[in-house]
Design a protein around this ligand. Structure first.
Ligand SMILES: [Cu+2]
Length: 146
């Protein structure tokens, strides 16, 4: 083996280690899935989408095998009244993150395809640009708002 070949091999190894250390560019963390309120059939999910990459990503859809209808929504206050509307896509800038939180962007989980109860595992499939990210979280029960 020539010294040149050896140094090429070494740099390939170093590059590999580097890529592993940085992990995936897009991740979803702090996932909270809440069961429907009494009298409602829609669950809700909150989470943080983190984009450590150097290009903006666009989330075009989020699906779940446990629900027939999953919609991204955004709550806004108009004339002192809280309203929510469906949003078709969500952008997450390079080296940035977007939060889905109560009172802001959130995910509505509607028309359960199985008997989803508190304690059930729910899978969320995030479709963005050419990527797909799957996360699982346990549905939590919640008390009605006071
Ligand atoms: Cu909503």
């Amino acid at each position: 083996m020539s010294p040149g070949t050896l140094s090429l091999l070494l740099s390939a190894l170093l590059l590999g280690a580097c890529a592993e250390e940085h992990g995936p560019a897009v991740s979803v963390t702090d996932v909270r899935i809440l069961a429907p309120m009494p009298g409602s059939s829609a669950g809700v999910a909150y989470f943080k989408v983190e984009n450590r990459g150097d290009a903006e990503i666009t989330i075009t859809a989020i699906d779940s095998p446990q629900f027939e209808d999953v919609q991204m929504h955004e709550t806004t206050i108009e004339d002192g009244v809280s309203r929510m509307r469906q949003i078709e896509s969500v952008h997450v800038g390079a080296s940035s993150s977007t939060d889905f939180v109560p009172g802001g962007k959130h995910l509505m989980l509607m028309q359960p395809s199985t008997n989803v109860l508190p304690g059930s595992l729910v899978e969320l499939e995030f479709h963005y640009d050419s990527g797909l990210l799957i996360v699982n979280a346990t549905m939590q029960s919640r008390l009605p708002t006071q």
